[in-house]
Design a protein around this ligand. Structure first.
Ligand code: ZN
Length: 139
């Protein structure tokens, strides 16, 4: 690898008061989503009010972690200098069993094996002592 990756820190999520429950759950290797107690729909990304009915009654619940690949692309050039040693990697949008879609990475298989409609399950990539990323692997 060239010197371009040296000293370049990987960008990391910064939890906020709103998103902290998601990151706390991910740290425990659990996928949690918001669910609206008024209309019953699941919501992702985290919000203060339900995008379907407007209620401010969103509560955090554990999700199954089951999903299917909705769309994906293979990054063959790094999208950030810190990812230079990770190419090729899969950037995907997955449809969660509960309904919402999530942008993520598909890991644990060759990019050539990823397909639209492929069943995947949540997995977790520990970045440090505080942050674990939610990624997906073949189910
Ligand atoms: Zn609602």
């Amino acid at each position: 690898m060239t010197d371009t990756t040296r000293g370049i820190e990987r960008p990391k999520p910064r939890p906020t008061e709103l998103t902290k429950p998601f990151w706390d759950a991910a740290r425990r290797h659990e996928l949690h989503l918001q669910r609206c107690s008024s209309c019953g729909r699941h919501v992702f990304y985290p919000r203060f009010s339900c995008p379907y009915c407007g209620a401010r009654t969103l509560e955090w619940v554990r999700a199954s972690g089951r999903a299917t690949v909705y769309s994906y692309t293979v990054a063959r050039r790094p999208t950030h200098a810190a990812f230079a040693d990770r190419v090729p990697y899969v950037i995907a949008i997955v449809s969660l069993e509960e309904g919402p879609r999530m942008t993520t990475n598909v890991v644990g298989c060759s990019p050539d094996d990823v397909a639209i409609g492929m069943p995947v399950r949540a997995a977790f990539e520990d970045l440090d002592d505080e942050i674990s990323l939610v990624v997906f692997e073949p189910a």
